[in-house]
Ligand binder design. Structure first.
Ligand code: MN
Ligand code: MN
Length: 469
């Protein structure tokens, strides 16, 4: 651009009257881009260590403790300046920080994300042997395209409660020296019929059997030799017997590590960006925050991928109970605190993908690297099942982000009637809290390896910092 040349009237008007999305990398200073790349390093370590909700809760607690947070239990005293976390059954986590301003008047600033991700769960009586191989029967968790989970290295994560009541954590397939697990697929030579099937039917749910062994136990008196050798390994390492699967929670997740994607390293590929790519910014925002005025809370919920059910999901009363406990500690009515609270429901959205342009409406899609994406509404059909935030709250968020130099955009999950989805926002709205969806646009969401932009990750962090400070 010629710097001396004065802008024409039209160019001036155009600048003042029209709206155009900004690209984070074009907008940011070199220093900020550097910060975004550095921030990504911490994030990638976090997701590699947090492949299940249990692991995410553990790594998040360790991080929070390193920043001065301590455990809260119901009945504990709550005072100004407190930095606390509440561990809900090791599967969901709430962090809160008490500011000195009146929470009756200002409410609580809440960031709510989820730490579960689509995966392959192991059934309760899973182990069998067939044709020289041992397998585990599975039941997939969350919305997956089943064919994507075959012929790819998987790691086994989970927790087993043994007959004596002892709880043992299992993780096999993450260390480079570990074995991995595998779901078989059909060779193309014999797939003439399979490849003509609709994608949803090409791989049946009951064929998602996980290959776990192939070495026969050396004893001719044994009927199922490979199965026995698998059991003897599990027994040796974890003290397990077959019936312990009955009280186990095992999951198969991709064994890949998070990696930079692209020669310019602008993007990150990883399993489970949805929704740790919002959980990490929420966690780091509350832990790094040094404002002493506002009271803030971060919710890392479980079970979002299956409808936020169960006592670790967002529909559980525990989150309202914690708000009640905080309100009560300062002699405020919980209703008043909730009414004046504000929440960002932090979850990923679909990034516009030019390779599948037909399902998007480009003007209203989340564009990669155009910053953290606000979804006024989600849902499907005629906004069915959506929270649909009010214009006043969108206006509040818009001004907040603009005042704080956050690169942000609005997004809709696909074009009208192409499909749809929902998040935890509607469950928070039930508590009479203003809430809106916000998050990082994701390419190939729910695939074993998803892609996001470092610019969107960092702008989401900046948005959360601005929201709670
Ligand atoms: Mn999600
Ligand atoms: Mn999801």
């Amino acid at each position: 651009m010629a710097k001396d040349k004065e802008k024409s009237l039209g160019a001036n008007l155009e600048e003042n009257l029209t709206y155009k999305k900004k690209n984070f990398f074009e907008e940011a200073t070199e220093e900020k881009v550097q910060k975004a790349y550095e921030y990504a390093v911490g994030y990638m370590k976090y997701i590699d260590d947090s492949k299940t909700e249990r692991e995410a809760v553990k790594t998040s607690i360790a991080y929070a403790e390193s920043k001065g947070f301590t455990e809260y239990k119901f009945g504990d005293k709550i005072s100004v300046g407190d930095k606390k976390y509440y561990n809900n059954r090791g599967k969901s986590l709430v962090l809160f920080k008490i500011g000195k301003e009146d929470i009756g008047q200002n409410g609580i600033r809440i960031l709510a994300s989820h730490v579960d991700a689509p995966r392959i769960d192991v059934k309760q009586n899973p182990l069998y042997e067939d044709s020289g191989m041992a397998f585990l029967k599975t039941h997939y968790y969350g919305g997956i395209k089943k064919y994507q989970w075959t012929a790819t290295p998987l790691a086994l994560h989970g927790t087993v409660v043994l007959a004596n009541g002892n709880c043992v954590d299992v993780c096999i397939g993450e260390d480079d020296s570990d074995p991995v697990f595998y779901i078989n697929d059909l060779l193309p030579h014999l797939a003439r019929e399979q490849v003509t099937k609709p994608m949803a039917q090409a791989i049946d749910g009951e064929t998602l059997n996980v290959l776990i062994g192939g070495f026969p136990f050396k004893d001719d008196d044994v009927k199922e030799k490979v199965k026995l050798s698998v059991l003897s390994k599990l027994n040796e390492k974890y003290g397990m017997v077959e019936s312990d699967f009955l009280s186990a929670e095992f999951s198969l997740v991709p064994s890949f590590k998070a990696r930079d994607v692209g020669i310019d390293r602008a993007l990150i590929g990883a399993y489970g960006h949805d929704d740790r790519v919002c959980s990490y910014p929420a966690l780091t925002a509350i832990c790094e925050d040094n404002n002493d005025k506002l009271t803030s809370m971060v919710i890392l919920a479980d079970k979002e991928e299956i409808g936020s059910e169960g006592n670790t999901g967002m529909q559980c009363g525990i989150y309202a109970d914690l708000i009640d406990a905080i309100a009560c500690a300062f002699g405020k009515s919980s209703a008043l605190v909730r009414m004046n609270s504000k929440c960002l429901s932090a979850d990923v959205t679909a990034a516009y993908d030019p390779n599948f342009a037909g399902v998007y409406e480009k003007r209203n899609s989340g564009m990669i690297s155009c910053g953290t994406a606000i979804c006024k509404f989600t849902g499907s059909g005629g906004k069915g099942g959506s929270n649909d935030a009010n214009a006043e709250f969108v206006g509040f968020i818009r001004k907040l982000f603009d005042d704080n130099g956050v690169v942000w955009q609005t997004a809709e999950l696909g074009k009208v009637d192409a499909g749809g989805g929902g998040t935890v926002a509607k469950f928070i709205a039930k508590l009479n809290i203003d809430v809106i969806d916000i998050g990082v646009p994701v390419i190939s969401m729910h695939a074993p390896y998803e892609v996001i932009s470092k610019g969107d990750l960092y702008s989401t962090y900046e948005a959360f910092v601005a929201f709670i400070k």
